[in-house]
Design a protein around this ligand. Structure first.
Ligand code: FAD
Length: 508
């Protein structure tokens, strides 16, 4: 399950952080939000460093579809349902400025960026109402969208809304060049440096506990996808959404637009320029992390759909990734706690983080340097009187509570089994002192604690990624228990592990 972008782009390996260092600002997370934040801070002469748990690009940015668009599926109507037109305009202005910034950055640094029309399309007449609503809402907010009938796509389109002059990139060269630019200002980027906790030291200094020891800063920016600190309770205002992507080689020409369906199942389509011919990207089938057992089928369905509408498409790779949907629909950039500037965060981009992440970075740096943008209200981390978003937040948290109890009940009812799980499968069962999760991957059978160290959800096996995923807030762990992503900052403790020498390496 490797993203096509990371297969293609080699990236330099960087050293991990040394304990005892001190910076004005520590940016945690080396994705798009973190790197743009670091670059803007450097341009303001602020002394900072980036702490990345894995490698640059290992997070969602390096696994994204990487469309850069203000037409974002049906996001505008979702936002407008809960917020005023003024707020939607502020959101669009932030995304517009971020698009301009990205375009200018790419063009001035020779990062390939393609101009493309964006489409939100109806897969059938049933989705036409959503397409028209998106058109109406965006028109009212001042965007030059157009309604179009059928498109010259091989897949059926009952109607669409179009926005010209949008962009698409390969996110890995973008991150690689951003990182190099950050370093050219003398800002260190530390890889393999996971942050586990942040606490206050003397004089309000922040003590950042990493896997290698403590580093200090006046301010910490959490650019970690979902915030890794629970203070502020952002985990309860975000729904972790996982989606699937597939890439294909094609000999026939691919339509040049960026397409996303208005309804379910989502189908997101774009092309990738490639010197050896046409490459097609097809994504969709999103679901809440850890609440779908048929993850391998999600990939197979995308491949079947592509074979139907693009006969001759040869699959190259497939992968999945996750992003965080805010229950109040608007993204967050600002203080972790109200009125406190020592820990800031950016999150909740709802799978439109190429622009929202860049906008968040500008807002965070504006907050630190005393010049916040006019559209800041659309990203407020603490919004008073957002009553319209309350039902969605309650629904999301009721779902979390239900997953918590069904996970523990299911584990209590699952009698221990001595049989080794089949290759590529995993199961959770009763065990003392805590439920155990056993899986077999590449011939190694490993038993780890089934209890997520974040908020004690019971993890579930994800057959497509061969990982243990928490259905509460989206933390994910490898079969050996090591932390992959999410709000958790610790791995699942390993209970036992044994290897069958003759077992073949599984297809990933
Ligand atoms: C399938 C999919 C398709 C998408 N397609 C699009 C699209 O077409 N257009 C668009 O605009 N958006 C898209 N998005 C959304 C977009 O990719 C994300 O919103 C954006 O990349 C998020 O950037 P980020 O920097 O906030 O997070 P990330 O890129 O995830 O970066 C966060 C970084 O923090 C690091 N980290 C995490 N925890 C720690 C820790 N404890 N210590 C140190 N480091 C840590 C991670 O390793 C990671 O590198 C898509 C998302 C998905 C899931």
């Amino acid at each position: 399950m490797t993203p096509i972008w990371t297969i293609e782009t080699p990236t330099p390996v960087r050293l991990h952080v040394t304990p005892g260092l001190r910076y004005e600002v520590l940016v945690v997370g080396g994705g798009l939000t973190g790197l743009v934040t670091a670059l803007l801070l450097a341009e303001h002469g602020v002394e900072c460093a980036v702490l990345e748990s894995g490698r640059i690009g290992a997070g969602t940015t390096g696994a994204s579809t990487a469309k850069i668009s203000l037409l974002q599926g049906v996001r505008a109507q979702q936002i407008r349902r809960r917020h005023s037109e003024r707020m939607l305009r502020a959101y669009l202005q932030a995304n517009h400025e971020a698009h301009q910034w990205l375009r200018q950055f790419c063009e001035s640094r020779d990062v390939a960026i393609q101009n493309a029309d964006a489409f939100t399309y109806a897969q059938s007449d049933r989705e036409l109402a959503a397409v028209r609503r998106e058109y109406d809402v965006l028109r009212a907010a001042g965007l030059p969208v157009e309604l179009v009938g059928t498109l010259d796509t091989p897949f059926p389109v009952a109607g669409a809304v179009r926005l010209g002059d949008q962009s698409q990139v390969n996110p890995m060269p973008l991150l690689t060049v951003l990182a190099a630019e950050v370093e050219s200002h003398g800002i260190p980027i530390y890889e393999s440096s996971p942050v586990r906790a942040v606490s206050s030291g003397s004089g309000n200094e922040q003590l950042v506990e990493t896997a290698h020891g403590v580093v200090r800063a006046s301010t910490v920016v959490l650019a970690t996808g979902t915030p890794i600190l629970d203070r502020g309770g952002f985990f309860a205002r975000l729904v972790p959404q996982r989606s699937y992507l597939t890439a294909y080689r094609l000999s026939d020409p691919i339509p040049s637009g960026m397409y996303i369906s208005a309804g379910q199942p989502t189908r997101s389509v774009r092309s990738i320029p490639d010197p050896d011919g046409e490459v097609l990207l097809v994504g969709g089938n999103g679901h809440v992390v850890g609440r779908q057992d048929r993850t391998a089928e999600a990939v197979a369905e995308l491949i079947t759909w592509t074979a139907q509408w693009f006969p001759g498409a040869t699959p190259l790779t497939s992968w999945s990734a996750q992003d965080y949907h805010p229950t109040g629909e608007l993204p967050f950039a600002g203080s972790l706690l109200p009125g406190r500037d020592e820990i800031l965060l950016g999150t909740g981009y709802a799978k439109w983080g190429l622009t929202n992440g860049v906008a968040a970075a500008h807002l965070l740096v504006g907050q630190l340097t005393g010049r916040t943008p006019d559209w800041s209200q659309a990203f407020a981390t603490w919004r008073l009187f957002d009553w319209k978003s309350l039902p969605a937040a309650l629904r999301a948290n009721a779902g979390v509570a239900q997953q918590f109890s069904s996970g523990w009940l299911g584990a209590a009812r699952a009698a221990p089994d001595t049989a080794t799980p089949r290759e590529g499968t995993g199961r959770v069962e009763r065990h003392l002192p805590c439920p155990a999760a056993t899986s077999t991957v590449d011939g190694t059978t490993t038993t780890v604690s089934a209890v997520c160290p974040h908020l004690a959800g019971i993890v579930r096996w994800n057959p497509a990624e061969r990982s243990w995923d928490c259905p509460l807030h989206g933390s994910r762990f490898a079969a050996d228990g090591s932390l992959l992503e999410g709000p958790a900052t610790r791995s699942l403790p390993q209970l036992t592990s044994s290897s069958t020498a003759a077992a073949p390496k599984s297809e990933r």
